[in-house]
Design a protein around this ligand. Sequence first.
Ligand SMILES: C[S@@+](CC[C@H](N)C(=O)[O-])C[C@H]1O[C@@H](n2cnc3c(N)ncnc32)[C@H](O)[C@@H]1O
Length: 271
Amino acid sequence: MESDVASVATRLDASVAAIAARPDHDAYAVEMWKYALAYHRGEEDPESVPPAASEACDAIPYIPPPAISPGDEPDETTAILDVGCLGGYGLYDIALRRRRANRDLPVLRGIDASGESVAMARELGETWGIGADLAFEQVSIENLDHAPGSYDLVIARLLLPYVEMETALAKMARVLKPGGKLLVQLHAPAYYRRQFVRNLARPVTAFYYLRPIMAGMLYGTTGRQSKRPWFSETALSVDTATRHAKRHGFHEIWRGGFDVKPLALLCKGSD
Ligand SMILES: C[S@@+](CC[C@H](N)C(=O)[O-])C[C@H]1O[C@@H](n2cnc3c(N)ncnc32)[C@H](O)[C@@H]1O
């Protein structure tokens, strides 16, 4: 199994490099794939130490171990949906950890609004997902129509700041089983405040970061999100997100991560 894992990683290196050479590639997805592959090389090499999570990047492990109590890790009976799956690197991380332990994989589904992201996820999934129950679909969370109660875990890392919150929360609550978990990562107001201050010398960029702060204040105080494209990105604290998630039957069971990009695990209360 170890050599399978190594040969898959070598083929993925080549495939990611080939995708990166295409003029229309999704640069962010390529960057995250390169990071994931380098991270795992670091984890597998007894001589090296994988990079510690930092504010700049804490993307791997995609399911941070402190979020899941021992014995509650995803197994082959778990169905996972990654919303905003960005080339599928996060599901690859989840699958690889099972493969390394010589264990069967969970059911893995990824959706993303971006066609490039999904095309990349499918292309790379043909290498790492052999034998897995794996599928990627180009669909926005607002249009998600998977069967009610079909997932044990929904992952929405760095997605909620970009979507219409009430619709997204309702859609995710609908597809989760009672007792299912929702892992979210947010861009907190502190993230945008910091970017705003850093860019004060560039007023256009500074204003770009001011808009989500204003949108977040509107959402936090009134529960409304502006429909104007200018205010489509929303700074979200865990408190605000969990307060709204409560209306959709969620309660918070863990929070962690960095101040600027907090993580939270929510549980869908039994119906
Ligand atoms: C900031 S990236 C985060 C990707 C990944 N989850 C991570 O943590 O690295 C946001 C992703 O969400 C996708 N996205 C944005 N709006 C979406 C929507 N309404 N429905 C589904 N995916 C969306 C984007 O295409 C992008 O891949």
